[in-house]
Every structure is written in C-alpha cells, then in structure tokens.
Design a protein around this ligand. Structure first.
Ligand SMILES: [Zn+2]
Ligand SMILES: [Zn+2]
Length: 412
C-alpha cells in the first residue's frame, strides 16, 4: 500500500507545458487526458472501498470522531457534501458489485457513482424486490447505463428505475429528506442559500418571514420583496438568539462571535494593512463591521493581541445589560437615526463612545440604532450624538453636516 505513492509522485512531477508536438502529438496528448481520467476513476473507486472498510471497522473512533463523515471533513478537508457522498457510495456499492467493478475498472466517474448511490437506497431496493426486480438486475442495468452514458443521462436512467420501483415517490427514505437547507460561503465572502421544503415546512417559514418583512414598513421603503425577506430571515434568527430560548451548544448559549485584534478594534478608523476580523462560520469581515458587531452587547467578542493570541473573551452580559437596554429603549423609543422609524425591538444598543475606547455600557452612552443605521454609523462614517440631559438626537453625515429629519421628530 505504499509502492503506488512513488508512481503518483512521478506522475505529478510531469510538466505537460514543457512538451511540444514533437515530444507528444495531439492525439497522444488527448489520449493521456483519457488515461488520466480512467486512473482518477480507479483511484476514486479505491478511495470508496477504503472509506467503506474504515466505516465498517469504525476506524474513525480511533481518532475520536463519531462518524466517518466527520472524520473525512476534518482529516481530508473535503466538503460535508463530498464526505456524505463518499460514505454513502461505500455503503451502497457493497450491494452493487457490477457497478463497483466498472468503477474500479475506471469505466465510470465518481459523479456516475454519486447519482446511483443516492438513488439506490435500501428502501427502494426492498420495494424493487416487491415488484420482482432483484438487486442483481438493478446492478446490471445501472452499470450498463453508467458505462455508456454521461452522468446526466445516467441520472435519467436512474430516475426511470426509481419511477418503476416507487411510482408514487412515497417511500419514506432517510436519504431523501423532505427538508433541506444549506449555507455555502463563497470565495468572495457572499453566502449562498439553497434548499427545498415540503409544503407544511414552507408555510411555517413563509408565515414567520412575512410577519417580519411586512411589519412596521415605513412609507417610502423601496426594498424589493426578496430584499425584505432576506432581512426578515436574519432578523428572525437574531431575535431567536437574543431571546435565549435556543438549545445550548457545548454547554453555552448560542451567540454570534467575532474575533478581532486589539489594534483594529481600538483604532478610530481602519489603518492600511490592518488585520481583518473573523467570524467563525462566514469568515473574514472588515474591521468596521467587527467594531459594529462588538458594539452590540449580545455578540461575544474574542480579542487577540500581537501574534493573534487571545487577550480577552468578552462575555455577552445579557442579564447585566438588560436594565441598560430597558432604560435606553424608554428614552429613545426606536432607532435614533434621523428619519428612521424602526421600532426598539429591531435595534441594537450602540455605544456612542465605543467600549474599546473606554465607553461604558450605560444608558448615558447608549443609543438605539436599527441594524441598517448601526451599519451606517460603523461602516458608513455617520455619527449620532445626543444633546446632554435630553432625548434629542442629531445625526451627522461623514462630511460633518447634520441630517435634518423630514416629517415630525419623534424624540423631540
Ligand atoms: Zn455601535
Ligand atoms: Zn434606523
């Protein structure tokens, strides 16, 4: 099990860019591409069988992992989706020897195998047996299809087989969950949502989102339906986190966490070359965004000093700051940004003087800002200030001029 590594090393050292047509003609070059694809298929088949062996032996427990899936994501750094596909292929192909033989011979790709493995579930194999189609027949038909067709057309053949054994699509099947949802962080930092729901689940989600998307919609709100739904989704989750009713994770109340270094946090504006701040799931954010997040008492901040070593883990003090929040809500009533009518429940308690600069979490130093205007203050260069001893707020543009609210002044 080690000799092949030196072969792979030799192959990896080849540099096709150095070859000209005299070294290797076009036809040979293309043949090499085909040969490598077959080799990739054979190695993928080997990996599938290795994963199966490890899965059967529960070898992952040796590394303290509860499943082969989590071992694969942790130790091979494959995506969760790929890990699920590998484990599933290992299990299903044990029942489909002809498909496995074709895969091992390099005659089909892991995409073909993925299509077959996700459809040929134990429940469907049992249903097929009830229709007089034994698993050997299924194995033969699908292996033949996958040898001759691309993955897309193989998927059609697989769907025909599924329609034959499960005409109503009613099979209860763990691999075919009705509700799916995933978040994928792209290289640009945008996070893409995908998934699908059954009618009842969708109705539940829709009802909750509509309530938030439609509530307190100020006149002149020009956001599209999709934009309002997107904000409603985030707001729904934010409220669930703030309410503290979600299950604990590893013994702690779930909270948004941000890691930022002390220098970036305490700077008034971001210096060139400042280290980006980091969210554990979504990845890097700008120091301005991190300062806004760290301003909100319900966010846990991890502050690092030189060399990225943690200096302080600020615990969100929900109970301690609840009194402050109530006092600020009583005074400000809603977002204090000029012209905004967002209600108090939508607002963060902004520190007018950031706590990193010694600003206390107090009613005196607090200001209610909706998420949009909290962003405008931290990331957009706007500022809010209050006439001492009053509830009269002023909003100042980045150029220092004041925004004069149109319409009645609520707090005045
Ligand atoms: Zn703030
Ligand atoms: Zn606002």
């Amino acid at each position: 099990m080690s000799g092949w590594r030196s072969v792979v090393d030799q192959l990896a050292a080849l540099d096709p860019a150095e070859w000209d047509a005299a070294d290797l003609g076009d036809a040979e070059l293309l043949t090499a591409v085909v040969d490598v694809q077959a080799a990739v298929n054979r190695l993928s088949a080997l990996q599938t069988r290795l994963v199966r062996a490890a899965d059967v032996r529960q070898a992952h427990r040796n590394d303290g992992m509860v499943s082969m899936r989590s071992w694969l994501t942790g130790h091979c750094r494959v995506s969760g989706r790929e890990a699920v596909a590998l484990v599933r292929a290992g299990r299903r192909l044990a029942e489909l020897p002809e498909v496995e033989a074709a895969f091992t011979a390099g005659e089909m790709t892991s995409a073909h195998v993925g299509v077959i493995a996700s459809a040929v579930t134990p429940a469907r194999v049992a249903a097929a047996a009830g229709h007089g189609i034994d698993v050997a027949e299924t194995d033969r038909v699908l292996a033949t299809a996958a040898r001759e067709l691309g993955p897309e057309d193989t998927a059609k053949a697989v769907r025909r087989w599924v329609a034959g054994v499960d005409p109503d699509g009613q099979l209860a099947d763990a691999a075919d969950v009705d509700r799916r949802f995933s978040l994928a962080v792209s290289l640009t930092g945008r996070v893409y949502l995908s998934g699908h729901l059954d009618p009842v689940g969708a109705e539940t989600v829709h009802t909750a989102l509509e309530s938030l998307a439609g509530a307190d919609r100020p006149a002149g709100d020009l956001r599209s339906h999709a934009e309002r739904q997107g904000e409603a989704l985030v707001e729904l989750c934010r409220r669930a986190l703030v309410a503290g009713e979600l299950p604990e994770v590893r013994g702690e109340r779930p909270q948004v966490r941000v890691t930022i270094d002390w220098q970036s946090l305490s700077a008034a504006r971001t210096a060139a070359g400042a280290a980006p701040a980091e969210l554990p799931f979504a990845g890097p954010v700008t120091p301005e965004t991190a300062r806004r997040l760290a301003c909100d008492a319900s966010v846990v901040r991890m502050i690092t000093g030189p060399h990225g070593l943690p200096m302080d883990v600020g615990r969100a003090q929900r109970t301690a700051s609840a009194g402050v929040r109530r006092a600020v809500e009583l005074r400000d009533d809603g977002c204090v940004f000029a012209g905004c009518t967002a209600p108090a429940a939508w607002c963060d308690v902004h520190h007018v003087v950031h706590w990193a600069h010694g600003g206390p979490t107090s009613c005196e130093n607090g200001a209610l800002l909706c998420e949009r205007h909290h962003t405008a203050v931290h990331e957009g260069g706007f500022a809010v200030r209050r006439d001492p001893g009053t509830a009269v707020w002023h909003t100042v543009r980045p150029d220092g001029s004041e925004i004069v609210p149109r319409g009645p002044c609520r707090s005045g």
